[in-house]
Design a protein around this ligand. Sequence first.
Ligand code: AMP
Length: 372
Amino acid sequence: MTFENLNIIVPILKALEQQNYSTPTPIQEQAIPIILSGKDLIGCAQTGTGKTAAFAIPILQQLAKKPAKQSKAIRSLILTPTRELAIQINDNFTSYGKHLKLKHTAIYGGVSSFHQIKVLRNGIDILIATPGRLLDLIQQGHINLSSLEIFVLDEADRMLDMGFVHDVKKIITMLPTQRQTLLFSATMPEAIQKLADNLLQNPEYVSVAPISSAAETVNQSVYFVDKKDKVKLLSDILNDKEISRSLVFTRTKHSADKLVKLLAKQGIFAAAIHGNKSQNARQKALQGFKVNQLRVLVATDIAARGIDIDELPHVINYDLPEVPETYVHRIGRTGRGGNTGTAVSFCGNEEKGDLRNIEKLIGFKLSVSTIV
Ligand code: AMP
């Protein structure tokens, strides 16, 4: 299967070639023809499967082929839970749409809206937004969605987890009823199914790599360690220079910050990214990590959602997540694209129940590493 077989137009094919995408990923292969046919779609896929291109490519193609009914009208809206994802999706639209004339931008909170409003005023075809900032700017009269043609609800399950359900429902009431709707979610709990029933019309379903099986190329192990000994264990592991880069997960923003300070005392330089950090600080840390200036990035789950780094070899669960699916999301950061990865988890006494739930979900017991 090639992108040509999917009837992708030449300007996009050219852009994909420049991205070195030779073959569509399974979600792209399944979703692109459905979206191009104008049907509603529910896509069960997580980050890392190529799902952004699975909706961005056919959206660009549809909008490029059809003239806008109204000038300066927003024709497609992509609603996504985090700023990092919004920025990343916007970057993807830049890459895939570089030979088209369609305009797109991302709006998100945590930064001044001045520049965002200025860009919106010039007219935007595709808007990528987080719910809070979108509602703000709609209420201030800067955004009108009445001409919307394609609506994407991205990472729907995260959206609900993060408490955006109210905002999302409010935004949905502002969309024209005549539209194409695409919903993407890594998991399909009942709440999402209900939302989908109200939101989509006769949707087609596509699904790739069920959440519980995402970890086959990842070497997973667990250390049983007292909470007070976790920092020592972490610095011992990180002192191994074989480890080029590590993404370390903590449960809370506070523990992420604390951990960065404790590691500094051990001579290990790390940076934290989480929701309380300014957008600039987050982007700086992420960029440093991406270009290998920073070896250790400490993140909370929500902040880590948007992280897309090629060849991340090492994930460390400093705290185990309470929600077992989160474990799979976390370790899905490594072992991408057929590469092997390593995921190490620290399990304190009080986390043994969490470990049991994770092992139940993934269907096997993690191998136990011992502290030497
Ligand atoms: P996503 O699931 O959208 O976060 O995409 C994960 C990664 O896969 C991103 O780095 C994309 O640039 C990359 N990607 C998406 N589609 C393809 C493809 N067809 N071939 C190669 N890489 C791809």
